[in-house]
Ligand binder design. Structure first.
Ligand SMILES: [Zn+2]
Length: 288
């Protein structure tokens, strides 16, 4: 809850404020890249996720973090022995500055097309949120293909399925894929959920003419994700799935440090409670 409140306080800061600059620098601290499991790698910063899903036929890079994160992400991809030029698709979980700002630079470095949801397209292409007036602008980036709900992004034998989970933004998109890792459960298939943000984070939920269905969308997305039991749950803020703690256990020799079928069921209960609390507060006249 404290983390959600902190996030709410930070995302609404004016871009030129020193607090915003401090937040960016804090979230951009480097993180050594590593394999989560199978062909799923973490190539983001210490707080802002970026995922590389590799395939002999080419890779998929999910999320761009900040513009100033892009060189770090490029170095991370190279450090793992992969090439940016082999990235075949760029994906994005949602069109906010802390996830989308780096996409333009990563697109230039890779030459890969950006595939994104229709409902976030305008925000991505203008760098300004369509659904609220207080968001920090970011580097605009062209969407080359509009992803439909349930569409499968295929590169070689790799399949990533999109799942529309609007609420945090109108086009918030989660992804699912299956990985296999010989060091985990003798290579049994592992279901991975890469969840779009489901925090309210200062968003107006009541009477927002820019996004009137926000609250209903949140509830529907939580309902949709609730029955999933992924072996591996990750999202796009490292602190949102305890990356540092899990990585420390992995370094110590626990190959399955990121595998926990109980994690998502536990987290979604907390997220739903946080949403309903915030929605009730705003309905009672509380400011977003
Ligand atoms: Zn966001």
């Amino acid at each position: 809850m404290i983390r959600i409140l902190l996030l709410a306080a930070t995302v609404t800061l004016a871009p030129q404020s020193s607090e915003h600059a401090r937040q960016r620098a804090e979230w951009n601290r480097p993180q050594a890249p590593f394999r989560i499991a199978g062909n799923l790698y973490y190539v983001g910063t210490s707080e802002l996720a970026a995922y590389l899903v590799t395939d002999p036929k080419g890779h998929v890079l999910i999320d761009g973090a900040l513009a100033e994160s892009a060189p770090q992400i490029e170095r991370n991809v190279a450090a793992l022995g992969f090439r940016m030029r082999d990235v075949r698709r760029l994906l994005i979980n949602h069109a906010h500055w802390d996830h989308a700002d780096g996409l333009a630079a990563l697109k230039a470095a890779s030459g890969a097309p950006l595939w994104a949801s229709a409902a976030d397209q305008r925000t991505l292409e203008t760098g300004r949120a369509t659904d609220r007036s207080d968001m920090t602008p970011f580097a605009p980036v062209k969407v080359d293909h509009v992803l439909k709900d349930g569409e499968v992004v295929a590169v070689g034998a790799t399949r990533i399925t999109t799942l529309a989970t609007p609420g945090h933004t109108p086009g918030c998109t989660s992804f699912r894929l299956t990985v296999r890792d010989p060091k985990i459960g003798r290579g049994r298939p592992l279901d991975v959920l890469l969840a779009c943000s489901l925090t309210v984070a200062g968003q107006p939920l009541v009477g927002n003419r820019r996004y009137p269905t926000a609250a209903a969308d949140f509830r529907r997305s939580l309902d949709r994700l609730a029955p999933l039991r992924p072996d591996i749950f990750v999202n796009f803020h490292a602190s949102g799935f305890d990356l540092a703690e899990k990585r420390a256990r992995q370094v110590k020799g626990n190959a399955g440090a990121f595998v926990d079928r109980g994690e998502w069921p536990r987290r979604q209960v907390v997220m739903r409670r946080a949403f309903e609390t915030e929605f009730a507060r705003q309905r009672a006249g509380g400011k977003p």
